[in-house]
Design a binder for this molecule. Structure first.
Ligand SMILES: C[S@@+](CC[C@H](N)C(=O)[O-])C[C@H]1O[C@@H](n2cnc3c(N)ncnc32)[C@H](O)[C@@H]1O
Length: 211
């Protein structure tokens, strides 16, 4: 009998459970979302001049491509290779660099010693356990340029059973951030713009922080 050992991102990166198996299904779903609709509640906080954007858990790079089209330079960080490869194929742009790295430590990004004007953590935070969120907020704080903005979205409502998803309280996130000199400057509640999530009753809290 032969036992097949498949490479499994979930064994390596906490939070990616289920994504490798579902990648084919998820890629068109991610691509169907319009970032200008998704980010409506916080768009006014984005820089009007070309800036450096860090997109953490970038999926297939829809958001990265939207920022690149607006003139920004984007570092798209994504641990799941199927998403990175789809992103490189679907959104080729000299203004997007892809990097395999992950929360909570983002060691590869931190190692570069670059600061970012916008740090996006969209639809990723709920994949981290409480202790990982503590480590992650510290790393994100060190990557934010003075006057930059950190955007974190929190998912509320049902989630697929094969993912690792935690319910994350808003006040916990605000307190964690303030421990690292990241002050809440805006918050909003929105319904999901992704059709299946919207039909399932998924809602989002959008939190914006400055240092
Ligand atoms: C729901 S998708 C969101 C994708 C994109 N940010 C968006 O808003 O459409 C969650 C993404 O987070 C990534 N992810 C999961 N765990 C992660 C971790 N520990 N560090 C970084 N990204 C992670 C997944 O691979 C996936 O691409």
């Amino acid at each position: 009998m032969t036992i097949e050992i498949r490479p499994n991102a979930s064994a390596e990166v906490p939070g990616t459970e289920g994504y490798v198996d579902d990648a084919e299904l998820l890629i068109p779903r991610y691509e169907s979302v319009n970032p200008s609709e998704k980010y409506r509640a916080v768009t006014h906080l984005f820089p009007k001049v070309p800036s450096l954007v860090l997109d953490v858990g970038a999926g297939t790079g829809v958001d990265a491509a939207w920022f690149a089209q607006a003139g920004h330079q984007v570092l798209a960080v994504e641990p799941v290779s199927a998403f990175r490869e789809a992103g490189i194929r679907l959104h080729p742009s000299p203004q997007i660099e892809w990097l395999e790295d992950s929360l909570p430590r983002l060691s590869g990004v931190v190692h570069r010693k670059k600061l970012f004007d916008v740090v996006l953590v969209s639809s990723v935070w709920n994949h981290l356990a409480r202790d990982e969120r503590g480590v992650a907020i510290a790393a994100l704080g060190t990557l934010l340029a003075p006057g930059g903005v950190l955007i974190i979205s929190l998912r509320h409502g049902p989630s697929p059973s094969n993912r690792r998803v935690f319910e994350v309280p808003i006040d916990e996130t605000v307190n964690l951030a303030s421990n690292h000199q990241l002050m809440l400057i805006a918050s909003a509640e929105t319904a999901s713009v992704q059709l299946l999530n919207k039909q399932a009753g998924v809602n989002w809290s959008w939190l914006a922080f400055k240092n």
